[in-house]
Ligand binder design. Structure first.
Ligand code: ADP
Length: 372
């Protein structure tokens, strides 16, 4: 049943009940009042005139008046009933139009969104609940548009990332087939390196998708920050030594315990220290420190490397963002590591950011972890 009919029936039922009450009250109360009134008039007349034919005439008149009163009340009720039904029809039509207009607009806009027109928005015309519904609809449309834009960007980024190593592998293979490139161990090593980069990219993408969907379960326990930092530092020490970059861990023994998933925080530190090593030239220094900042522990990874421009400080946490695309790609970076790190830190309730005085002046990456 349509909304219009429902309104109409509601009004008809209300009008019907009102008429019924009126009819019952006129049927029981009004005749009694009317007869009492007539009787008192009869008394007055009786005092003036005696019984006899005149008295009988008055009684007949009395009955006729009673019948005519009932008839006129019934006819008035019938007319009132018809008028009530007409009024119910007109009112329900007006109210239906009034409510249906925004509802139809929302239904049309939803249809448009379902067909992929995510830019669809509705203008709010009232301050009532329907207006609030329009606002909620617009919010939903905006968030769908954002998700769709991210999805398209992701597809574009992933295809772009896959294209380069694939084109490279294809080029080497064609060169080998045509005999233009010699089949030396170096050539195979180059192909292997490209395949390796593809494998790492796919692994990073899987990690990113898990992190972004919140599908990374955290096993939160209390840990000493030094314990986590030292484990990562010991593991990466040989790579730092290879590149002649000094890795220093500068942690106070009384730094409070943090509530964290140790494996995940090691992943964050591995990424930050890996980047610091990658973007710090030979002879440089990378220092890891931790301090209490309010009610959180702040861990910092400071390097004396290439540094970052102010514009890049926030962008580097967006996926696939690389400051120097060619250099980063050559060294295997996909621009995903910091995005994953941000998701992990935020899942712990902390925050991550970077600071740098500028190009070639080193940079510091900070992240916080809760202590309770
Ligand atoms: P990648 O795998 O490319 O290193 P990340 O997400 O880890 O991806 O880093 C994104 C970009 O941020 C890097 O490509 C690099 O340009 C910049 N970056 C990260 N760490 C540093 C650092 N310590 N010093 C200078 N630039 C950095």
């Amino acid at each position: 049943m349509s909304l219009g009919w429902k309104f109409f029936l509601t009004y008809v039922v209300v009008a019907g009940i009102a008429l019924l009450v009126l009819a019952i009250s006129t049927a029981f109360v009004a005749p009694q009042t009317f007869s009492d009134h007539m009787r008192s008039m009869g008394h007055m007349q009786g005092s003036m005139m005696s019984q006899g034919p005149r008295g009988q005439q008055i009684q007949v008149l009395d009955e006729e008046l009673d019948a005519s009163f009932r008839e006129s009340v019934n006819s008035a009720l019938l007319r009132a009933g018809i008028a009530a039904i007409l009024a119910a029809g007109v009112t329900s039509w007006i109210v239906t139009q009034w409510i249906m207009h925004p509802l139809r607009t929302i239904a049309d806009a939803s249809q448009q969104i379902a067909e992929g027109h995510y830019e669809q928005r509705i203008t709010r015309t009232s301050r009532d609940e329907l207006g609030e519904m329009v606002d909620s609809f617009n919010q939903m449309a905006a968030s769908l548009a954002g998700t769709e834009a991210m999805r398209q960007q992701l597809i574009a980024d992933v295809s772009h990332e896959l294209k380069t190593p694939l084109a490279s592998i294809k080029g080497y293979m064609e060169g080998l087939q045509d005999g233009v490139i010699p089949a030396t161990p170096e050539t195979y090593q180059l192909v292997h390196r490209e395949a390796d980069r593809l494998q790492r990219l796919v692994h990073d993408l899987q990690e990113l998708s898990r992190a972004e969907s919140g599908a990374v379960p955290l096993t939160i326990q209390r840990h000493a920050p030094a314990e986590i930092v030292n484990r990562v530092a010991v593991r990466l020490q040989p790579q730092f030594a290879d590149k002649d970059v000094t890795l220093t861990v500068d942690l106070l023994p009384d730094t409070p315990l943090v509530c964290a998933d140790a494996d995940r925080i090691e992943q964050v530190l591995t990424n930050l220290l890996g980047n610091a090593l990658q973007y710090t030239p030979e002879g440089g220094t990378v220092t890891v420190s931790a301090r209490m900042a309010g009610d959180v522990v702040e861990i910092a990874v400071r390097d004396t490397g290439v540094g970052l421009e102010p514009d890049d400080l926030t962008r580097i946490f967006q996926r696939f963002y690389r400051v120097d695309k060619s250099r980063s790609r050559a060294s295997g970076g996909s621009g995903i590591g910091l995005t994953i790190a941000r998701h992990i830190v935020e899942a712990h309730g902390g925050s991550i950011w970077a600071e740098s005085p500028g190009h070639d002046q080193g940079s510091t990456f900070y992240f916080t972890l809760p202590t309770t």
